[in-house]
Design a protein around this ligand. Sequence first.
Ligand SMILES: [Zn+2]
Ligand SMILES: [Zn+2]
Length: 346
Amino acid sequence: MLECQVHGAQDLRVVDVPTPQPGPGEVLLRLGAAGICGSDMHYYFHGRNGSFVIREPLVPGHEASATVAATGAGVTRVKAGDRVAVNPSRPCGRCAGCREGRENLCANMRFLGSASVFPHMHGTFREFFLMPESQCVPVATDVSLAEIAMSEPFSIALHSAHRAGNLLGRRVLITGSGTIGCMMTLAAKLGGAAHVAITDVVDHPLAVARQVGADATVRTDLLPGDGRLSDVVGEPDVAFEVSGAPSALAACLETVRRGGIVVQVGTLPPEGVHLNANLIMARELDVRGSFRFADVFEHSVRSIAERRVDVRPVLSGVHPLTDAVRAITLARDKTVSMKVQLGPGA
Ligand SMILES: [Zn+2]
Ligand SMILES: [Zn+2]
């Protein structure tokens, strides 16, 4: 079987390795589709993702759907031929975060496709891989494997919506219109938001945001007059900062209404951000973080499987593992790509 290994910055090798065999409680999965995410691009282009540095060849990938190829002893949740969404989170279940029901804050999290632990936690950019059955969520409907693989990014958005609280009838601002911004749009609408305005500095992702239900799209680099976002979007109740751009966080703090909520979803620069933090005090804002997701994964899978949300406008094509470098490079080009995925190939 083929697997993609990142050995260091811009050193990705597609290697032929033996297909593993499932042990008790394990499921052997054949890749359906694996989304290429920002962290995968960081590992490939820079050999690191923030403070997580590659110390041995890493198989990236944490957004995947698959078909069950075989099951080990004792597995009852799935059987050969089932299509599943893969939950990339493996929390310890014992630490304070886990016991509180906030397993995304697990002190011992093992997350697929991550160099945060050593040996690294290998991900889903490979033809076959083993998963505990608890991380395999079966899908009974006939949505595509590419759609099922969006369960992880949609979970990010559902968790962020939970962090904001009740969105019913609320006016929402989302800064950053990439895949997560579009998933955030779907989650806000699902949560009953009255109006969703979304920003970016590139046209293509804004056009996709419109297709998934955004009510207003704004090019923040082309604002008229003195460039105030509130002149265009008013004063939203809730802002989700998805882009990771410091200027976008500043805009959220300035634009959201007094007493409003700002949820930081995107990853800001590691060196920190200079902010007019008095806005938080004087406007009495609630600023909340949102990291990965906790117990929303199965709801995300169901929402996509039953097409209560339609993720198809965000899909930009599935490429074979052997074309991984080209696909990762394509995924980085925001003028043409949203969610680019890898598949097993012919
Ligand atoms: Zn991701
Ligand atoms: Zn834990």
